[in-house]
Design a protein around this ligand. Structure first.
Ligand code: ADP
Ligand code: MG
Length: 679
């Protein structure tokens, strides 16, 4: 039997749109809920909140037009009753609906009861035929689309469940026993065809456990598979004496933290192998990831290769470029800046430097790899703030960087700390290095929550900080509707601040500025030619101006946690005591309040990410781009953390087990529109 024989041709398109492409997709299309239509509840026993089938006599009906066209029906147990016991209400109805409610006639309805001013009510109840016996089983209700009746789902899934070949249990019985898991077929039966047995709730819970376990196991297997395929790819080992690296270290105005030293060693060890590195470098905001990337870069350059460093924004890429020139020019390393916006001769010269191999270090935004640039000896790609890049972008980049047989080493850097559950699931295909300490001598950042009405006071404080030789950021919020409004808002704030603080030199930075202008404003701020920088969130990631010690975030309640943490990380980078002021205007939503509380109470990026995961869920945290294709549909890595761990242990046991049908297991769960084998 094939899926085609089960799905009526008229529904094929709809099912595709619901993501149902293969038999397993249909079997794993689980009910939203179960309705109990097995028994009649006498109208006198109906209570608010229950969902019941009941029978009653129609006492009267009318169509009302206020506030909108509504059909109302009054019911009672007997036709001579004087008191209405239940009302029905329909907002969408046809002449036939109305006809069905004939005064004096007995009807049977199914719906949820609620209490209104006028008594018990059902909104849009389902009308059931009086002459048909009630079902013996609970009725599964499936997520559906317009034009698809529930009965269609029941028929298709009922037939699918009869097909034993589709229900084969790929999980070895020993594993099922070890973790107390139901068989695959039983789990599906309990979920789709729930019995009226008294322990149904327990059975369904058990069935969910099995389903979630399988999903997590499939994800873990896939990740492990990705890794083992990656391990078979080749890369050029970058072997060098380390003398350039030592010279860079000696020239730095600071000493590496021991965490920086350790992760540098891990990265260098990877780059010395003939297998492409796939490493994620994690370190909280300000922990000093950039210098680690440069140390790895000079080593690979000394070995005779080219290196590319990519950042998500031009401002950040530009900043890396300036740092590279300052740090690496004394080592005679030729650095080239390549931006997507670079046209004409300038762009041509830069690209030629890349393709001739003259450029040893190439820095740019991700546009770097969309352009026609050819980098023949490319052997290390660093992606800064990798959470801003989707997996697909990363794959495209790797493909572009690939010569006939070799892949470059890849280093992804992220300040978004990854809770362990996420690291174990979505990032399981990467090696992870962590910088878990901040450089010594950093001043703690004081975070203040300030109501918008105390703005004037705050302006005084900004003036003082700048008068003492400090610098400040003033961040304007994102207003969702349009970029234009954002811009107007930032411009208005800029004008107001100039008026209020006439002695300061103030700059305005926003995403709409041409890139040279952005860069020149950033440079002015870095050189302390500007005291105060008014900005939209373009400064969110990576910007590094150690002398800036005050950050004001307007309408902080509109920002996400990760964003607030990133923004706050722009201060506290030098030796000045730093402050981050979160300006808010009430009333605050519950979520906004929760976010501000977290950011006020902790500076630990890890804790903040945990809270973020709790408030928003993993899909949001990873960004839609990344979670998309490998998103978990049923398991929740936070709630089901124990299962995740069990699945991981099981992968270790089963992965190389020759009798285990690994591919079949994975295929049941994932539609791989992305070629994960290369991720
Ligand atoms: P992030 O990890 O957020 O990218 P950066 O690499 O931008 O952090 O580093 C933040 C600041 O700390 C930079 O000014 C950098 O030069 C400085 N820095 C890096 N490592 C150290 C260190 N070991 N000691 C002192 N300052 C350091
Ligand atoms: Mg950085």
């Amino acid at each position: 039997m094939s899926l085609k024989t089960i799905i009526p041709p008229s529904l094929a398109g709809k099912l595709k749109r619901l993501g149902i492409h293969k038999e397993a997709d249909l079997l794993l299309h689980f009910p939203l809920r179960y309705d109990d239509l097995t028994k009649l509840t006498p109208i006198g026993e109906c209570r608010t909140g229950q969902t019941v089938v009941t029978e009653a006599v129609v006492l009267g009906k009318q169509i009302l037009y206020k506030p909108r066209r509504t059909l109302q029906v009054q019911l009672a147990e007997h036709s001579d009753s004087l008191q209405v016991q239940l009302s029905l209400r329909y907002f969408v109805f046809y002449p036939n609906t109305e006809k069905a409610f004939e005064v004096g006639k007995t009807i049977r309805v199914f719906g949820e009861l609620r209490t209104t001013k006028t008594g018990l009510e059902m909104v849009h109840p389902k009308l059931l035929p009086l002459d048909k016996p009630l079902p013996n089983e609970h009725t599964a209700v499936y997520p559906s689309m317009a034009g698809m009746a529930q009965s269609a789902w029941h028929t298709m899934i009922g037939r699918a469940l009869k097909n034993e070949a589709w229900l084969v249990d790929y999980l070895p019985p020993a594993v099922a026993v070890k973790y107390g898991l139901l068989g695959f077929a039983s789990a599906l039966h309990y979920l789709h065809l729930p019995s009226v047995a008294i322990d149904m709730a327990d059975k369904i819970a058990l069935a969910w456990k099995r389903i979630k376990f399988d999903e997590l196991l499939a994800q873990q297997l896939m990740m492990r598979q990705v890794r083992s395929i990656s391990a078979q790819e080749s890369a050029y080992p970058a072997l060098a004496s380390g003398q350039l690296r030592r010279r860079l270290l000696a020239a730095l105005p600071f000493q590496l933290t021991s965490a920086q030293t350790q992760v540098t060693q891990q990265i260098l060890a990877d780059c010395a192998l003939a297998v492409p590195m796939q490493r994620l470098l994690q370190g909280d905001v300000g922990s000093g990831k950039t210098v680690v990337a440069f140390l790895a870069a000079v080593e690979v350059i000394e070995a005779g290769f080219q290196v590319a460093i990519m950042a998500p924004t031009e401002i950040l890429a530009e900043q890396h470029y300036h740092k590279a020139v300052a740090w690496l020019a004394p080592l005679d390393i030729k650095t080239v800046w390549l931006s997507g916006a670079m046209q004409g001769k300038e762009g041509r010269t830069a690209r030629e430097a890349c393709s001739s191999g003259v450029a040893q270090l190439i820095i740019g935004t991700h546009a770097l790899f969309q352009s026609k640039v050819f980098i023949p000896r490319l052997n290390l790609v660093v992606i800064d703030e990798q959470h801003r890049f989707g997996v697909k972008q990363r794959l495209a980049l790797r493909e572009r960087a690939k010569d006939s047989e070799h892949l470059p080493h890849m280093l992804m850097m992220s300040a978004t700390p990854i809770p362990r559950s996420l690291a174990m699931s979505y990032y399981a295909n990467l090696d992870v290095s962590v910088i878990d300490e901040l450089p010594r001598g950093r001043q703690a950042i004081t975070t203040k929550l300030v109501a918008d009405k105390r703005r004037t006071e705050l302006l005084g404080r900004v003036g003082e900080v700048c008068a003492e030789g400090g610098q400040a950021y003033w961040v304007c919020p994102l207003i969702e509707e349009s970029e234009v409004v954002d811009l107007q808002n930032a411009e208005a704030t800029f004008a107001a601040l100039k008026l209020a603080l006439p002695t300061l030199s103030i700059g305005l930075l926003h995403g709409r500025l041409p890139s040279e202008q952005k860069q020149s404003i950033m440079q002015q701020f870095l050189a302390h030619e500007l005291d105060l920088l008014v900005s939209t969130t373009v400064i969110e990631v990576g910007v590094d101006v150690p002398n800036a010690s005050l950050m004001v975030i307007e309408h902080a309640e509109r920002f996400g946690l990760a964003q607030l943490h990133q923004l706050r990380g722009r201060v506290g980078r030098g030796t000045r005591a730093s402050t981050c002021v979160l300006l808010y205007s009430g009333p605050l939503s519950e979520n906004a309040r929760a976010r501000l509380k977290v950011i006020y109470e902790t500076q630990d990026g890890f804790e903040i990410a945990q809270a973020d995961l709790r408030i928003r869920g993993p899909g949001e945290l990873l960004g839609a781009k990344q979670s998309g294709d490998q998103a978990l549909r049923f398991a929740d890595i936070q709630v089901d953390f124990d299962l995740l761990q069990q699945a991981r242990d099981t992968v270790a046991e089963l992965f190389d087990e020759p009798m285990f049908p690994r591919q079949a297991f994975v295929d049941r769960w994932f539609n791989t529109s992305v070629d994960w084998s290369k991720a």
